[in-house]
Design a protein around this ligand. Structure first.
Ligand SMILES: Cc1cc2nc3c(=O)[nH]c(=O)nc-3n(C[C@H](O)[C@H](O)[C@H](O)COP(=O)(O)OP(=O)(O)OC[C@H]3O[C@@H](n4cnc5c(N)ncnc54)[C@H](O)[C@@H]3O)c2cc1C
Ligand code: FES
Length: 251
């Protein structure tokens, strides 16, 4: 059980929830998530997964938008409320490597793990370029990120187009070896990003956002198809949510 410290709407429809969770804060790494019981009754029945967005001492931050019942309940939490959370869960991003510049590519709430990832990468003296995509300019948050480039579907900020179009424009004519891509967002965006990484021969890690239930390998409800043929599926909750783009097939 952890206590809510603060809950605020940071930009149009996007909430930031700060939790006092020292046991999670000290053991977590970027790319990991927590699984939250959003209400006290039976609805919603299943826990909901959220990336650990940032760690500051004993505190962890989450970033989310209201999609359904669970996120609506979270958006109404107040300071001093208690929350039942499991975590940290999942495999963190692979940050080590001889690349010079990390390319962080987030679609919608896919930016959620990036503040924590940015902190880690800066400590490793990596350069960072961040590419953020949203439907419209009001939904863009740049909090705790660095060197942010923006794309919006309606063209109200930055490039009119997708965040993958934006990265494609940037990569044109750049040497590929010194980069590593870290991507997070909806599955179709990650699929296009994976194709772009492969075409440009850039190493790429993806954090998947698909449906999940137990969050710890019991229900078998979160399979992703493997590309290497050693086995057919991996579980996103225990073998992910981060995967090298070459190891999985997104459909
Ligand atoms: C590892 C992991 C980390 C995540 N981190 C974050 C995060 O940091 N911030 C955040 O906002 N979200 C994150 N998500 C997604 C988040 O868990 C879902 O948005 C949340 O479970 C929705 O719960 P709900 O009860 O509000 O909606 P539900 O009632 O469960 O869903 C309402 C509708 O939205 C659809 N839906 C549910 N989840 C998704 C989804 N992920 N993508 C597209 N459609 C969906 C459902 O099919 C349904 O139609 C993460 C998911 C995973 C697996
Ligand atoms: S969510 Fe239950 S096994 Fe992954």
């Amino acid at each position: 059980m952890v206590k809510v410290v603060d809950r605020r709407e940071i930009v149009d429809g996007i909430f930031n929830l700060i939790l006092h969770a020292p046991e999670i804060a000290y053991r977590s790494a970027p790319g990991q998530f927590i699984n939250i019981r959003c209400g006290e009754g039976c609805l919603p029945l299943l826990r909901r997964p959220f990336s650990i967005s940032r760690v500051d001492g004993d505190l962890i931050d989450l970033m989310f938008n209201v999609i359904g019942h669970g996120t609506r309940m979270l958006s109404s939490k107040r300071a001093e409320d208690s929350l039942d959370v499991l975590g940290p869960l999942g495999v963190p991003f692979g940050i080590a490597g001889d690349y010079e510049t990390a390319l962080l590519v987030g679609g919608g709430l896919g930016i959620a793990p990036f503040p924590f990832l940015t902190d880690f990468l800066l400590k490793q003296k990596k350069k960072i370029l961040t590419f953020v995509g949203a439907r419209t300019g009001h939904q863009i948050s740049e909090r705790y990120m660095t060197n942010v480039h923006v794309a919006t579907d309606d063209g109200t900020r930055g490039l009119r187009g997708t965040v993958v179009d934006l990265l494609k424009q940037y990569l044109a004519g750049q040497p590929s070896r010194k980069y590593k891509i870290f991507g997070c967002g909806p599955t179709q965006m990650l699929k296009t990003l994976s194709e772009l990484a492969s075409a440009n021969d850039v190493d790429c890690e993806l954090s998947l956002e698909g449906d999940m239930a137990c969050g710890m390998g019991i229900c078998q409800g979160c399979p992703v198809e493997r590309a290497d043929g050693k086995k057919k599926y991996s579980l996103v909750c225990t073998e992910g949510p981060t995967f090298n783009s070459k190891d999985i097939i997104l459909r």
